[in-house]
Design a protein around this ligand. Structure first.
Ligand code: S3P
Length: 426
């Protein structure tokens, strides 16, 4: 049994919204408690940045009586930081904070990050924010921001990206009027659920793919319990499915339908799993996942509107595909090319280096199965998900597997090695 680390997307959002809490004259004196915050490097970068902007954030380890928590004292008005704000490896931190900070009139800040982050595309948030009146120099990091009074827009995002949608909604909370954002298919909806369910603010919906937020709303501090991250749980779900004698329970996992493509894809592959869902907590569905190995596995297709619901899990699904009968096609996954690495190429390389069969396509790749993986040396290229996917592939490989360039695993999964040792029986 294992509780996977807490959800990264939810922790970033909870920290930002807690730091910005404040009602009228009491603005700046609100306290929020975030239970089970993810203390991975990405979320710690967000916490550090919010601290540099004037919030007080303290993390407490779990004790016998209390789970781990972060107590956040909001800032009155964010202060201009003296130094550049370092988002490290985190695209979510940079894009959400760009949206959140753009509307704080008078604020001056520079958002930067590690070499991988400075190569990632930022125009996807900079363009709509500029349309709202934001002053941002740079189209990749570093981004130099000067807070401005923002106007509302109606933005049709060309990509299904929760980071883009969230940046616009966070900016919209401070703009004049109502800001709408639509997307071609539904990306994770944590920001919308938090705005409505946690902050109690008004969110407007136009069909399934368009949401709007009214600017100038204020909110008070809150308590929020972060569930386990289904994207981290996915490594163990696939590991259990491909190791014949496995029997694993994953506790307290977030089961938001905009993230649960992983469950449907595993079911299509024939994996034996069962979900026990509990009542929603803070607007997010949560439950336990029971999974057993040994079921015959067949090739499964991934593509279309489902892609945003399992985008981060594709490297580990490629490992699953090596153990499935038939050819698995991953289509419409071009967004993988602009993640922490070019994940189409890094995933295909990892399969080939381990003795599997795969080929890349322009906006996807295919994996031929089943193959007996041999093991080998894989350079994860500082991509945390590639490194963890390779480790799981190593569990079914006949020889030794060596992963280099794995130093970023703690960005989303601190304690990955300890969890691996605790659940894998030799
Ligand atoms: C995230 C959204 C996804 C995901 C990333 C986290 C978020 O990116 O890949 O790991 O927290 O909003 P996009 O929605 O921008 O593709």
């Amino acid at each position: 049994m294992l509780r996977p680390p807490s959800d990264k997307s939810l922790t970033h959002r909870a920290l930002i919204l807690a730091a910005g809490a404040g009602l009228g004259a009491r603005r700046g004196t609100e306290t929020s408690v975030i239970f089970h915050p993810l203390q991975g490097e990405d979320c710690l970068a967000t916490a550090e940045i919010l601290g540099a902007l004037g919030a007080e954030i303290e993390f407490f380890a779990a004790t016998g009586e209390q789970p781990a928590m972060a107590i956040v004292q909001s800032y009155g008005r964010p202060v201009s930081p003296d130094l550049p704000l370092d988002c490290g490896n985190s695209g979510t931190a940079m894009r959400l904070l760009a949206g959140w900070l753009a509307g704080h009139d008078g604020l001056e800040a520079v958002l930067t990050g590690d070499p991988s982050l400075t190569r990632r595309p930022m125009r996807r948030v900079v363009d709509p924010l500029r349309q709202m009146g934001a002053s941002i120099e740079g189209e990749t990091a570093p981004l130099r921001l000067r807070g401005r009074h923002l106007n509302s827009i109606r933005y049709e995002s060309p990509i299904a990206s929760a980071q883009v949608k969230s940046a616009i909604l966070l900016a919209g909370l401070q703009a004049d009027g109502t800001t709408f954002v639509s997307e071609p298919s539904l990306s994770r909806d944590h920001t919308e659920r938090m705005i409505e369910g946690l902050l109690g603010l008004q969110l407007l919906r136009e069909g399934d793919l368009c949401v709007g937020v009214l600017g100038g709303q204020r909110w008070s501090g809150f308590h929020f319990d972060v569930p386990g991250d289904i994207s981290s749980a996915a490594f163990w779900m696939v590991g259990a499915a491909i190791l014949p004698e496995s029997d694993l329970v994953l506790k307290d996992v977030g089961l938001n339908p905009t993230r649960s493509g992983v469950i449907h894809a595993l079911e299509r592959a024939g994996a034996k799993l069962r979900i026990e869902e509990r009542e929603e907590d803070g607007g997010e569905p949560v439950g336990d996942i029971f999974i057993e190995g040994g079921a015959p596995l067949q090739a499964f297709e991934v593509g279309g509107a489902e892609v945003p619901t399992l985008l981060d899990e594709i490297p580990i699904f490629a490992v699953l595909a090596t153990q499935c009968e038939g050819v698995t096609n991953f289509r419409d996954v071009g967004e993988l090319r602009v993640k922490e690495s070019d994940r189409i190429e890094s995933t295909v390389s990892l399969i080939l280096a381990m003795g599997g069969l795969a080929e890349s396509l322009e906006d996807g790749f295919r994996v031929y199965g089943p193959t007996k993986l041999t093991g080998g040396t894989v350079d994860a290229g500082l991509d945390h998900r590639t490194a963890m996917a390779t480790t799981i592939a190593g569990l079914v490989a006949s020889g030794e597997t060596k992963v280099t360039g794995a130093e970023t695993v703690a960005s989303s999964y601190p304690g990955f090695e300890d969890d691996l040792r605790s659940i894998v029986v030799r």
